[in-house]
Design a protein around this ligand. Structure first.
Ligand SMILES: *Cc1c(COP(=O)(O)O)cnc(C)c1O
Length: 406
């Protein structure tokens, strides 16, 4: 079997830009290079037209009106704009925000910032699958609540929250509802009307578009949502976000959204089949492997599994030919286990020995099969070296052992 390495299984982190997207972007660097805000000549008009077309393409993907879309530098900015923008604009109405412990840092750190400014934030816990319920949201809402922010799908586990139910609760209680939909956007159907979503964050580079561009949907009717801008300047984007528009990137975002929307049905089936193959074959090949998250409420391409009785770090090193991420956040100097998996009740050991494998548009079955065999081989090798594994094989219950402290 010949498979080209390294293999990319980290589509939740970012994606290659689709060649069809690049082709549509290129003319806007060197030929149609106008400033979309230039009203006095054809260069500006052409750029503006391209931006408005992209706005339609992105809006259509979530069932929104083009006017309801604000272009940003990415979902980190969209999350900041949504959360700070609403908290600031509605400060006289209340000072309470509700979110979830497993959110992306772009939401959690923004909420921490609000707390430092004296606002109150409720962080809802999740169950063992990583899910919250609409009832939890309903119970947390008070007269002071101005915003609920619950992610559509989790970036580590792919778990999809009951967004329509949460949207209904928020709508009934007249509290605004924001969702960080980065992982779900373009992968599963989203309808901001049916789901009662008031604000929604998206990013181009998670859907085969360029990095550094994203969007925030801001509802304009029933209710009309207003927010305090976080970047002031020339009043671009209806005053929501000033700054000269990155026209080539926005064109790429639109093209990527259009391709995602049109191909979603077919692509999600193909990708889910590959993910299921990876999951099922790993279960066959490797003993003591557990799925982290939900088998039912999950994105098509995400798989998160823990491999007991091995060190996550050793496994990652053995898999250096495969680009994937682990539950050990070894990006910094610290070796903190994933806070998302910890919140789902996993112990440090299982969180450390977890792998997130995300499948995407360009993943092949050969690559999946290669990775299964590679993981199988190395898990076996690492366990053969482990005294813990030897005890498990002998039928000793590790939990019954009184370890002596030194
Ligand atoms: C990637 C990601 C972000 C950040 O998006 P950027 O466009 O890279 O800033 C936010 N939330 C989730 C869930 C993500 O996966």
């Amino acid at each position: 079997m010949t498979v080209k390495t390294p293999i990319y299984l980290d589509y939740a982190a970012t994606c290659p830009v689709d060649q069809r997207v690049v082709d549509q972007m290129v003319p806007f660097f060197t030929q149609a290079y106008g400033n979309a805000a230039s009203r006095t000549h054809a260069f500006g008009w052409t750029a503006e037209e391209a931006v408005e077309r992209a706005r339609e393409q992105v809006a259509q993907t979530i069932g929104a009106e083009p006017k309801e879309l604000t272009f940003t530098s990415g979902a980190t900015e969209s999350n900041n704009l949504a959360i700070k923008g609403i908290a600031e604009y509605l400060h006289e109405q209340g000072d309470h925000v509700i979110t979830v412990v497993t959110e992306h840092k772009a939401v959690l750190d923004t909420c921490k910032h609000l707390e430092r400014q004296g606002k109150r934030v409720t962080y809802l816990p999740v169950d063992a699958q990583g899910l919250v319920t609409a009832q939890q949201v309903a119970d947390a809402i008070t007269d002071e609540t101005v915003l609920v922010s619950v992610m559509f799908a989790n970036n580590e586990t792919g778990v999809i929250q009951p967004i329509a139910e949460i949207g209904k609760v928020c709508h009934d209680r007249k509290v605004l509802f924001h969702t960080d939909a980065v992982q779900a956007f373009g992968k599963v159907p989203i309808d901001v009307q049916a789901m009662n979503i008031d604000l929604l964050s998206m990013s181009a580079h998670k859907i085969y578009g360029p990095k550094g561009v994203g969007g925030l949907y801001v509802r304009r009717r029933k209710p009309r949502v207003r927010l305090a801008p976080q970047i002031h300047g020339g009043g671009h984007e209806r005053g929501n976000r000033s700054g000269t528009l990155n026209v080539p990137a926005i064109v790429g975002f639109g093209a990527a959204a259009e391709i995602a929307r049109q191909g979603m049905g077919e692509e999600s089936v193909r990708i889910a089949a590959l993910r299921n193959r990876l999951r099922d074959r790993l279960r066959e090949e490797v003993q003591h492997v557990t799925l982290n998250g939900s088998e039912e409420h999950v994105l098509p391409g995400t798989l998160n599994m823990s491999f007991s009785y091995i060190e996550g770090e050793s496994l990652l090193m053995a898999l250096k030919d495969v680009a994937l991420s682990s539950g050990s956040a070894c990006t910094s100097a610290s070796l903190e286990p994933s806070y998302v998996l910890r919140a789902m009740g996993l112990d440090d050991e299982l969180a450390h020995s977890s792998l997130r494998m995300t499948i995407g548009r360009f993943t092949t079955q050969e690559e999946v099969d290669y990775v299964v065999e590679l993981i199988g081989k190395h898990v076996t090798r690492l366990r053969d070296m482990s005294p813990l594994w030897e005890m498990v094989q002998e039928g000793i219950d590790l939990n019954s052992i009184q370890w002596t402290a030194h």
